[in-house]
Design a protein around this ligand. Structure first.
Ligand code: NAP
Length: 212
């Protein structure tokens, strides 16, 4: 059977950039959304409705890769951070495990490695991301964790760095480049069982991932 990729968070800002990239790369894609009206119907795209706060088991059927780029966003409270970013991600990992998924790519965040070192008001969010990452690592599913710096809506340049920029103002990355990294991680199946920190930079995405 042909490989199918489940994209969780496909109606989000990164998700909406990634969907056409996946289709362009001829990767059969199942897009999970809470509301199908939020996503344009495209040829070759299967859309499945589900909510991370409810039962999500049915969306994993027949999918051997998962990309999780969902998140509760900055305009909701800590309750949603825990229900979506933490518990939603862990639920998705548990379902992926049952399905025998071969690669789970999770969008985490810069600072999730050491939440207590982050700015005080970010710590609960970073703890949620840390625990979601840990759940994936401990699951035994081959994983790729992507930790971007601050996201921007700038046009992607296709170039990144994996070394923390010294200037805090440079610790950012366009969502379009994050989407390209997710696509490349899927295509190269790499880094497998690895964590990649990414910011805007000068290295080609393809070469960076193939060198890891
Ligand atoms: N903002 C930053 O600077 C930053 C930095 C590093 C990492 N990140 C992470 O990057 C990721 C994606 O960012 P983004 O800008 O693309 O986010 P976004 O535009 O807010 O998209 C979030 C996605 O998650 C979905 N979602 C939220 N709650 C859900 C639920 N209960 N069930 C199913 N889906 C749900 C949303 O669906 P709806 O369309 O239905 O709402 C949407 O598709 C997030 O994990 C975020 O934490 C952000």
């Amino acid at each position: 059977m042909k490989s199918r990729t489940l994209l969780i968070g496909s109606s989000g800002k990164i998700g909406k950039l990634l969907v056409p990239m996946l289709l362009e790369a001829d990767i059969p894609t199942v897009a999970m959304v809470r509301d199908r009206e939020k996503l344009e119907n495209r040829e070759g795209l299967e859309i499945v409705e589900a909510d991370l706060e409810k039962d999500i088991g049915h969306v994993f059927e027949g999918c051997d890769r998962v990309i999780f780029c969902a998140g509760s966003g900055p305009d909701t409270g800590l309750d949603k951070t825990f229900l979506v970013d933490l518990w939603g991600a862990r639920k998705a990992v548990a379902e992926a495990k049952k399905q025998g998924v071969e690669q789970f790519i999770l969008v985490s965040s810069q600072g999730a490695d050491d939440p207590e070192a982050g700015p005080e008001k970010m710590r609960p969010y970073l703890i949620a991301k840390h625990l979601a990452d840990e759940g994936l690592i401990d699951s035994g599913i081959p994983y790729t964790i992507v930790r971007p710096g601050q996201l921007t809506n700038d046009k992607g340049k296709g170039r990144i760095t994996t070394s923390l920029p010294g200037d805090p103002d440079q610790q950012k990355i366009p969502r379009e480049d994050v989407a390209s990294v997710l696509l490349e991680a899927l295509k190269q199946k790499a880094p497998l069982n690895g964590i990649i920190n990414i910011w805007q930079g000068e290295q080609s995405i393809e070469e960076t991932l193939s060198s890891l």
